[in-house]
Design a protein around this ligand. Structure first.
Ligand SMILES: *Cc1c(COP(=O)(O)O)cnc(C)c1O
Length: 405
């Protein structure tokens, strides 16, 4: 699946440039760093590759989301509408700025259902945060329309969909701000890292200060910086940025491989008439990190999962319904408000309500869905073998069910 599979001499070279000088921090030390500005270079490369006016690197995708929310003025008591299917980081960021996560159902795009979003809007809603899950994208036009109608912020969590596009634009660059994660298992990696992208100079300037203790970066040296607002330390290091710089140069190669493999695997699974596929708002824009597919019923899918487990080939096939990290059903720590410090009453109330909220519409999609993650190193032989084993397992289950019916 991810860029770490192709870590090589290019990454080592960029890291070694930094190690030669020992200036592993991204700011200051202008002389000793001998012209190495890996973080700045990576930000420039991100702007060019994705068509964003501005980019601010951060220490992680989670801190990129936190930063975006904070600089967009989202805070205490504000409600952020987000999907029931995402990585835990999405709601962690919401809680960290004092805002209230409002979870709503997904549809067969595996992202926010626009009708469910509309129903969840209240006078406290400040932001809609689609999460472009598993390499593909949300219905951005529809969500943008809702934001425009209600004067809301559109913040794209594109952490999992680096390189995906929607109607010709890179996801993450369409809303007021958008984020990527460069953690170890994302499409391209820094080891740890993230980025906020925006087309607003004001948002960018605030990101620049917010991620570095509020320093305004206008002083003659770092010690002379002033503080127009309170910030935090969400900086990336030069070592991490160096890895990312080598990886972003490989991205188009990764995406071509993912697309080719995804197409081959989809063709093989399409032999089974009972298999259907995820709805993709802009099919040409899928970054193809995963092939997400459905069976007609939860019972059939659960039998297939059991069969794949029995054959020891479940790895890489994610049955999100039973997953502890990505789906609301298993987020007991959230529903039971297991916070180590006191949350606001509004946050606590909203989290407790999740325990009884009806997510049956999401369940009815997730309990029939597997996302098969696509490897960058698979040979044609291996793709064929993986696909055929999946098909055989599905057919075996279908046959057994039709006999017992
Ligand atoms: C990975 C991920 C994040 C957070 O990224 P980290 O870099 O691991 O902090 C946020 N949202 C989604 C959807 C992710 O998959």
């Amino acid at each position: 699946m991810p860029g770490f599979e192709l870590f090589g001499d290019e990454e080592r070279k960029e890291v070694n440039d930094v190690l030669e000088t020992g200036i592993i921090m991204r700011y200051g030390f202008d002389g000793p760093r001998k012209g190495n500005w890996k973080a700045k270079e990576l930000e420039q490369a991100i702007c060019e590759r994705f068509g964003s006016k501005y980019a601010q690197l951060t220490s992680s995708g989670t801190t990129a989301l936190t930063t975006a929310m904070a600089v967009l003025g989202i805070g205490y008591g504000d409600e952020i509408i987000m999907p029931s299917f995402t990585f835990v980081a999405s709601f962690e960021a919401v809680l960290s700025v004092g805002a209230v996560p409002v979870l709503v159902d997904i549809d067969e795009t595996l992202t926010l259902n626009p009708a469910a979003v509309r129903k969840a809007i209240t006078s406290k809603t400040k932001c809609i945060m689609p999460v472009h899950m598993c390499g593909s994208m949300a219905d951005i036009d529809e969500l943008k329309k809702i934001c425009d109608e209600h004067n809301l912020i559109l913040l794209e969590d594109a952490c999992q969909s680096i390189g995906a596009t929607y109607k010709g634009k890179a996801v993450g660059t369409i809303g007021h701000a958008g984020t990527f994660s460069f953690d170890f298992v994302k499409t391209i990696t820094c080891g740890e890292g993230g980025v906020v992208m925006t087309n607003s100079e004001d948002v960018y300037t605030k990101c620049d200060g917010y991620t570095d203790h509020g320093h305004d970066h206008l002083g003659v040296d770092r010690g002379a910086d002033l503080h127009p607002f309170i910030g935090y330390n969400y900086r990336i290091s030069e070592l991490h940025a160096a890895v990312g710089l080598a990886q972003i140069r490989k991205l188009d190669g990764f995406l071509a491989t993912l697309k080719k493999t995804h197409t081959q695997l989809k063709e093989i699974l399409s032999q089974v008439p009972e298999v259907s596929f995820r709805a993709i708002p802009d099919p040409n824009g899928d970054s193809c990190t995963h092939l997400s597919w459905f069976l007609p019923t939860a019972e059939l899918m659960q039998a297939v999962v059991a069969e794949l487990k029995a054959q020891n080939i479940l790895a890489g096939n994610f049955y999100w319904f039973d997953n502890n990290w990505h789906y609301v059903r298993k987020w007991d720590h959230l529903k039971q408000v297991k916070s180590l410090y006191r949350l606001s009453d509004a946050q606590e109330g909203a989290l407790k309500k999740l325990a009884t909220q009806d997510f049956s519409a999401s369940d009815a999609i997730m309990n029939r869905c597997i996302s098969t993650s696509i490897g960058l190193l698979w040979t044609d032989e291996q793709i064929k073998e993986k696909g055929e084993k999946l098909v055989a397992a599905i057919k075996k289950v279908l046959k057994a069910q039709s006999v017992s019916a």
